[in-house]
Ligand binder design. Structure first.
Ligand SMILES: [Zn+2]
Length: 719
């Protein structure tokens, strides 16, 4: 047999894999984790291909194969596809996959105890406490001791006396097996029909995508749970992607209620031990139900049957750093490679998904109504030209009247403003200086609750200074514009005696505090909740019947071609919080642009009108989904040189039909963390392979070491 080489990819930022010869007695296969030398080091990588040796080059020998389950072939294809489409190196994508090296080893064993059922005659109070409060068993002595309020020594001596059984068990316990038949809810006829269609799709065991398009409160989750159950019944794995913000205890417990066990969680805040446990159990095919944020898509599932992307329109599915990718789009790619189903669920689907559904590429499954007698909230606009708030205020008379009426009926109100803190800008009354973030083109935001000023771009924060940093005058720094803290302060004036709480990522606290606040709201202990985007998802408040949007125009500013779509989506979701139980809901949106397509369609309750107008505009301008976009960000420490590099890069653009290049220009954030930034926007006709074009282009550029060039395919952020 001819000699063979292994093409090995390492989890580092290099363009591709390296070739190694395979020494006698070593038998690597595609997907194996293997060791091979790089420079002086032995590094762990993955065999992407086994190829025959052409004998043209002298190659280093690879070392041994690691005893671990190999990456499935679909995973190798998915790594390649992700790299190619998003114009990043395969090694960087592999690094996203290899999130826990320890997960490649079998779990370590530890001694764990459980009651033997054969208790000694002498049973002290401590031993009774162990049996009553020490579970769930088996568990480590320290865990049992903590729960039972005894010392670990007593657990061990109880075992020595025969009352507990000691066993050597894996430290990473397997996840419970979900039961598809555990807790199904009674569905309405239209939910039943939608569920049947989804079940049919999953049962095909082939690549297919369904858009589950249901108004807020229509029971989308219950409906897709039936498709999840179908995939679980066949013994396969299911991944449910949710926006990071929805990974709360409340969100997870819905899964537990339906399937009898808590799902395996995956998100950026997981501790090392949990990360290792989830990765290993997912890779071994033992964890059947995983609920996670976008990066869960890169877990090496050997037997995935279904991916659900919940709230598919949500911008948090786009990763903006490192490997820039959109998890919603990559989920569809993964399914097409591994030949299984995807469900995209939303009350406000992205225009991309809607167009795919309407042209027949995706199945379009519609839930047109809320169950029972519940109706959608009525939405009205408040034209701020006619109803200007009092000087220095932000809440207009119609909002105040509506909220008062709601409170008088013993119901709850919500005031929505997607802006954290007290004021988005601080200006010196004496000299006009605005407080700016260091090394970044961004204003410092006042947070009155903490007495600090913060940069929302970089996270920089400091105590609010007493004197102006420019003219040194004292007590002249004045907040300009509203944040949620200021709206809450104003609300306290309009509604004396009302219980008002703020809910934003600053004030949210840990998961237990979030759950407690949500419980207070549910039980009617809060009258007015003032919140940012945090309040939009995953919470049902039966007594909330009025939503007031303080600034309906906030998301319309800036150069984002999806600004109208985002505004429409967010406001539908916010208004959808009102009137979920037996009481009808009402929303009022304050705006300076009542004639804007998105706002006018909201007021008319006419989604088709908005979609029609927006699609017409996108088609005329060749914007997604009718054309393609890519962005290039060039950044570096010297402003002049960054500008020069950007101009030079534009001059290197390959000639091609159907491509238009805009820029370089200075983005809204022209300097971030000390690095100057320039932005180039590339627009193409739909037939152009824009990823390939961008790759060819980038290969022509020489970027000095302190400078960076990022390509963002289908950009969602225009900052
Ligand atoms: Zn000043």
């Amino acid at each position: 047999m001819a000699a063979q080489n292994a093409q090995i990819l390492f989890p580092v930022n290099v363009p591709g894999s390296f070739d190694y010869s395979i020494p006698a007695g070593v038998n690597p296969a595609r997907g194996d984790f293997v060791y091979a030398p790089i420079g002086q080091q032995m590094k762990l990588g993955v065999v992407m291909e086994i190829v025959s040796d052409e004998g043209t080059r002298e190659l280093k020998d690879m070392a041994q194969v690691k005893a671990a389950r190999p990456l499935p072939p679909e995973m190798l294809s998915f790594i390649r596809w992700t790299a190619k489409y998003n114009c990043v190196s395969e090694g960087l994508v592999l690094r996203m996959v290899m999130r826990s090296y320890k997960a490649l080893e079998p779990s370590t064993l530890v001694t764990q105890f459980s009651p033997s059922g054969n208790f000694p005659a002498k049973m002290s109070a401590a031993r009774h406490a162990i049996l009553e409060k020490g579970g769930p068993f088996p568990a480590r002595a320290s865990e049992i001791a903590e729960r039972a309020g005894v010392s670990a020594g007593i657990v061990r001596s109880f075992a020595a006396a025969g009352g507990m059984l000691a066993q050597s068990l894996p430290v990473d316990a397997p996840f419970g097996v979900p039961n598809p038949a555990h807790g199904g809810m009674a569905l309405t006829p239209s939910q039943e029909q939608a569920a049947a269609e989804l079940i049919h799709q999953v049962a095909r065991r082939d690549y297919n995508v369904s858009l589950l398009d249901g108004v807020t409160g229509s029971g989308k989750t219950e409906v897709y749970f039936e498709a999840v159950a179908e995939a679980l019944k066949s013994g396969g794995q299911v991944l449910v992607l949710v926006p990071e913000i929805a990974l709360t205890q409340a969100g997870m417990s819905r899964f537990e209620a339906r399937f009898g066990v808590a799902p395996a969680p995956w998100h950026s805040q997981l501790g090392d031990a949990m990360r290792r446990r989830v990765w290993r159990e997912a890779a071994q095919g033992r964890a059947q139900l995983i609920v996670g944020a976008r990066s869960a898509l890169y877990l090496p599932f050997p037997d995935l049957r279904l991916i659900v992307v919940d709230e598919e329109h949500d911008t948090s599915y786009k990763q903006e750093e490192g490997v820039i990718y959109n998890a919603r789009d990559m989920a569809v790619v993964r399914a097409s490679i591994a030949k299984h189903s995807v469900i995209l669920a939303s009350a406000t689907p992205s225009l991309e998904s809607l167009v795919n559904a309407r042209t027949g590429r995706y199945a379009h499954i519609i839930l047109p109504e809320r169950p029972g007698a519940i109706t959608l909230p009525e939405i009205d606009l408040v034209d701020l030209k006619d109803h200007a708030p009092e000087k220095g205020d932000y809440i207009s008379a119609p909002l105040i009247e509506a909220a008062k009426a709601v409170l008088a009926r013993g119901e709850q109100a919500m005031l929505y403003l997607n802006r954290r803190g007290y004021a988005p800008l601080i200006i010196c009354r004496n000299c006009g200086e605005k407080l700016k973030s260091p090394d970044t083109d961004s204003w410092l935001v006042e947070h009155r609750a903490s007495g600090r000023v913060m940069c929302h771009q970089t996270g920089f924060s400091m105590k609010k200074p007493k004197a102006c940093p420019d003219c040194k005058a004292e007590d002249t720094l004045t907040p300009v514009g509203p944040g949620v803290e200021r709206v809450a302060e104003e609300a306290a004036r309009h509604f004396p005696g009302a219980k008002i709480e703020i809910f934003s990522s600053d004030t949210a606290g840990n998961p237990a505090e979030i759950a407690a606040r949500m419980a207070r709201m549910e039980q009617g202990e809060i009258d007015i909740l003032v919140g940012t985007q945090m309040v939009v998802k995953g919470h049902n408040f039966p007594k909330l019947t009025f939503v007031g949007v303080v600034d309906g125009d906030l998301a319309l500013a800036g150069g984002d071609p999806r600004a109208g779509e985002r505004t429409y989506q967010t406001l539908v979701q916010v208004a959808g919080r009102a009137g979920r139980a037996d009481k009808p809901g009402h929303a009022l949106i304050q705006t300076h642009q009542p004639e804007h397509d998105a706002l006018a369609a909201l007021a008319a309750g006419d989604r088709e009108r908005f979609i029609g107008a927006e699609l017409g505009l996108r088609e005329a301008l060749l914007l997604p989904p009718f054309g393609k976009l890519a962005a290039v960000i060039i950044s570096g420490p010297d402003q002049h040189k960054t500008e020069g590099l950007a101009k030079k890069f534009v001059s290197l653009a390959p000639r091609a039909d159907g491509i238009e290049i805009l820029g370089p220009s200075e983005p809204p954030i022209g300097r971030l963390r000390g690095l100057y930034r320039r932005r180039i926007l590339v627009q193409s006709e739909p037939k152009v392979n824009l990823s390939k074009y961008m790759q060819i282009w980038r290969k022509k550029a020489k970027i000095p070491s302190k400078y960076k060039l990022h390509i963002d395919i289908d950009p969602q952020s225009f900052m």
